[in-house]
Design a protein around this ligand. Sequence first.
Ligand code: SF4
Length: 321
Amino acid sequence: MKVLEVRGLTTRFYTLEGVVKAVENVSFEMWGGKTLGLVGESGCGKTVTALSIMRLIPQGEIVSGNVRYKGRELLKLPEGEMRRIRGGEIAMIFQEPLLSLNPVFTIGNQIVEAIVVHKRTSRMEAESFMIKLLELVGIPSPREMAGCYPHQLSGGMRQRVMIAMAISTQPSVLIADEPTTALDVTIASQILELMRELQSKFKMSILLITHDLGVIAEMADAVAVMYAGEIVECAEVGHLFKKPLHPYTKGLLECLPDPVRRETYLKTIPGHVPDLRNLPSGCNFQDRCPYAIQVCKEAKPHLVDVGSGTFVSCHLYQEEL
Ligand code: SF4
């Protein structure tokens, strides 16, 4: 079942130096029990896309587009109703839980608060549910740990607490924004395993934001690659790894360490993501693209269906060529 549908989402920030085109005409769909990976370098608009879905853009403006959650248009909902959906039906976990948890309340208190607000249960019921949740996410001695403050826990335990809080309302959609980036490899893999288990238990749809293609390969069913605020390729995960089409996707995959190649230096994509206040005319990737041709400087490519459920935005695949 289609749970979330994003169409033509465009978000801008207005600064003294100019208009930042953070998210431009982004479209994708999320299906029940499936994971969509949103991948790209830092500054490509992944987090702003997620925050736009949640309508958490106080310093910017969602200029246009639609975000339909189970058929309801979120961008037009009154703020009161949106508050019920945000954190209740669509939950989010962040890269660094220490910045998201409140340092002056115990973790138990913070989870109970989320349950009371969203599920409208009594405090006593919420407390016993909170202990069950801590157990479920693998926190040892949950009763004692519930009385700890965030700084008393390790990074992995804090991320488990964030996950417990996010799933406390049994959301249909979980947005996980770089959930393992701040963790070491072993703990990161435990957190991913936990997310997978919870997804199959609750049939959640997950939007997994990461710059790590290894995490995408392990977790995602489909992938949307973002560059300079736009989706440049969208495909089923197996297709993307087997036959990447967009030069940026190819570049990202070539940057992955390959034990067979045994190179001294890891490959990189030369250059930087362009300034989102001053994007070039034509393709945003032109200055870094080894395949650029004249038309890339003159006209913007748009996403086209190239079959097998793959969409790509590149002049090499546009029909007129
Ligand atoms: Fe490269 Fe041109 Fe394709 Fe852009 S449109 S990715 S510059 S080939």
